[in-house]
Design a binder for this molecule. Structure first.
Ligand code: FES
Length: 150
């Protein structure tokens, strides 16, 4: 089937089975490989992207459910003021260790700050709850979000 998507501000038409997860459309059809595959069952957050401004697990989002919602991936996160501030804070605090989960972390963090510019620690913890980091960089992630929130 053909799907007309808006990805990172561009109209893209892809041909894919309706049930194909957005994750594979982004990576294999559109070459946007910044979005990572971790668990494939919605448990790790590595595949997080924005759909209509909300953080979603792209491994659990069939392309047929994307509809007219704007998709934003890690490749475009720096285009928003919030995303750019987060990227700066991430660099300043040297957040990543192996780095594999960090695209998903940044996408969840930027969705949070777009909705709540000054979140409390507990709100950060709640929003970032589904993003797992096997290197345990959580403390730096939290501090980077607080730094970006100013
Ligand atoms: Fe989607 Fe783990 S790969 S949540």
């Amino acid at each position: 089937m053909k799907f007309d998507l808006t990805v990172n501000g561009r109209k893209r038409t892809v041909e894919a089975p309706a049930e194909m997860p957005l994750l594979w459309v982004l990576r294999d059809e559109l070459g946007l490989v910044g979005t990572k595959f971790g668990c494939g069952i919605g448990m790790c957050g590595a595949c997080t992207v924005h759909l209509g401004g909300k953080a979603v697990r792209s491994c659990q989002t069939p392309v047929s459910e994307v509809g007219k919602g704007a998709v934003v991936t890690i490749e475009q996160v720096g285009a928003s003021a919030v995303g750019a501030k987060l990227q700066k804070a991430w660099t300043e605090l040297d957040v990543p260790q192996c780095g594999y989960c960090q695209a998903g972390q940044l996408m969840s963090a930027s969705a949070l700050l777009a909705q709540k510019p000054k979140p409390a620690r507990e709100e950060i913890a709640e929003a970032m709850n589904g993003n797992i980091c096997r290197c345990g960089t959580y403390d730096r992630i939290f501090r980077a979000i607080e730094l970006a929130a100013g």
